[in-house]
Design a protein around this ligand. Structure first.
Ligand code: TRP
Length: 478
């Protein structure tokens, strides 16, 4: 496969199609799959949410993944300039670049809390690493994790962590630092290298642990929970969450794919690539659900337990598993890496724009953007302890009871992501030059017609309705 060469931004692009796929799958697969999906599925009652989520991925997410990569590649620069370029070539208003601006703002905000949650993962890397070391020193490498602790002690560790602002902020700083370091190293030497090593390892371990959970946990109840839709649970809010999650998980509408698309070679056929990204991402989310919920039910935790859920269930599994000390340690490292290959794409979007806009070196841009996101994330970390009573959007009834982290997550997920997706659908479906779109998509005949229908009609209508019924009642009631 020919090298993508130097892009319009002067950045060296992906070295091959495979490298791009791994980087894009790396961006897609992350805390969204392992942490956010199980959390939301649990809070929203399981089956119905999962069904709607998969529907959104297939009918809306997949077509939009192709749309965004296409836009990025056709535009060839940062997210804002790329959209402006395509608008210009289509003889449309350059104000469409606002779509790029909205997206990188969204990505920037997501990064700020994403890094806090990734910090929790790092905490468990340390804890389980210490455990594993201990088992080695006791010459018992097959020991379980957290041996000697009761289940309550294990699940209670999360509360201890939340109670310590210093620890939360330090871990958040570590993660953001790693993200900045990779992005500062560049697309080819940083991002691509990280993804090609880490994603395959992550996949293998995920499958092993899921199989383990299937044999030891309450698999039947988990399957029933995840795949038996109870349609009475389908409120507009559930639809809104499912849509936001589909977009979040596929890295849509937050500048990631627009930006990565610009580094893709002109010879790459985008349609099958988009399919692979969507399939890998959704597969991992389902596997993560099948890994976590058997343990939730076996241990008697509440599936609607919220953001701490996976950090309470996984250690319990490792506590029961022979060799759990080792497996737990390795697995938390891999979640950390999955989070890292996602956070670098969140940082790359705004960073690429800052490089282009202010003409400053990549290292400086990555540091400036990353540090600002870090500072916003600090408020989210403090929202678990010193600012536990703060409700930033408390006046709005759908956010009445959400802490700082959940508010930033909810606002970006329920509102900003759907708006960003809506704009992409309208722009690619109605405003961008059809010949340009057709050539760039790599689709022919009926497939092109179907894709265009989904982008131009299905996506805007669906997103509009979800926003209308999900948000307006809440607004009126506030
Ligand atoms: N998709 C990533 C995950 O599931 C996180 C993410 C959300 C993201 N939006 C993004 C990554 C935009 C890159 C760009 O963990």
């Amino acid at each position: 496969m020919a090298a993508a060469g130097i892009t319009a931004t002067g950045e060296q692009g992906w070295s091959s199609r495979t490298a791009f796929i791994l980087a894009a799958v790396g961006a897609a697969v992350g805390l969204g799959n392992i942490w956010r999906f199980p959390t939301l599925a649990g809070e929203n009652g399981g089956g119905a949410f999962v069904l709607v989520y998969i529907g959104f991925v297939v009918l809306l997410g997949l077509p939009l993944v192709l749309s965004e990569i296409f836009l990025g590649r056709a535009g060839g620069e940062d997210a804002i300039r790329s959209v402006r370029n395509v608008a210009e070539r289509s003889n449309r208003s350059t104000s469409w670049k606002g779509l790029g601006a909205l997206q990188i703002t969204t990505g920037f905000l997501i990064l700020s809390f994403y890094s806090v949650v990734a910090g929790w993962v790092i905490n468990y890397v340390f804890v389980s690493g210490g455990d594993f070391l201990g088992s080695l020193m006791a010459a018992d490498p097959f020991s379980v994790a957290f041996s000697g602790e009761t289940q309550d002690q294990i699940t209670g560790r999360m509360g201890d962590l939340f109670a310590s602002p210093g620890k939360l902020i330090l871990l958040h700083a570590l993660f953001m630092g790693a993200t900045i370091y990779i992005v500062a190293s560049g697309v080819h030497n940083g991002i691509e290298k990280a993804a090609t090593w880490l994603m395959p390892a992550f996949f293998v371990l995920l499958v092993i642990i899921t199989i383990y959970g299937a044999f030891t946990g309450n698999f039947a109840e988990a399957v029933a929970f995840l795949f038996t839709p109870d349609f009475s649970k389908l409120t507009p809010m559930v639809l809104n969450d499912a849509l936001g999650q589909a977009l979040f998980s596929l890295s849509l509408a937050a500048g990631g794919l627009l930006t990565y698309g610009a580094y893709v070679g002109k010879d790459v056929n985008l349609a099958p690539t988009a399919g692979m990204i969507a399939m890998a991402d959704t597969g991992v989310a389902i596997l993560a659900g099948l890994m976590i919920f058997p343990i939730v039910f076996a241990v008697g935790l509440d599936p609607a337990g919220g953001p701490a859920l996976i950090f309470q269930t996984l250690p319990v599994a490792f506590n029961a598993m022979p060799g759990g000390a080792l497996v737990g340690f390795v697995f938390f490292i891999l979640i950390f890496f999955a989070a890292l290959t996602s956070s670098i794409s969140l940082l790359e979007g705004p960073t690429a724009w800052v490089i282009d806009r202010f003409g400053i070196p990549r290292k400086m841009a990555a540091l400036a953007v990353g540090f600002t996101a870090f500072m916003i994330g600090v408020t989210a970390a403090l929202g678990y302890n010193v600012w536990a009573d703060v409700r930033p959007l408390g006046f709005w009834n759908i956010f009445a009871d959400t802490d700082i982290l959940d508010t930033v997550d909810g606002f970006t997920g329920k509102i900003m992501l759907p708006f960003g997706a809506l704009l992409v659908a309208v722009f690619v479906g109605w405003r961008a030059d059809v010949n340009l779109v057709k050539a760039g998509s790599g689709l022919e005949g009926g497939m092109f017609v179907l894709w265009r229908f989904l982008v131009a009609w299905a996506a805007p209508i669906a997103v509009f309705l979800v926003l209308l019924f999900g948000l307006v009642p809440g607004l009126l009631a506030s």
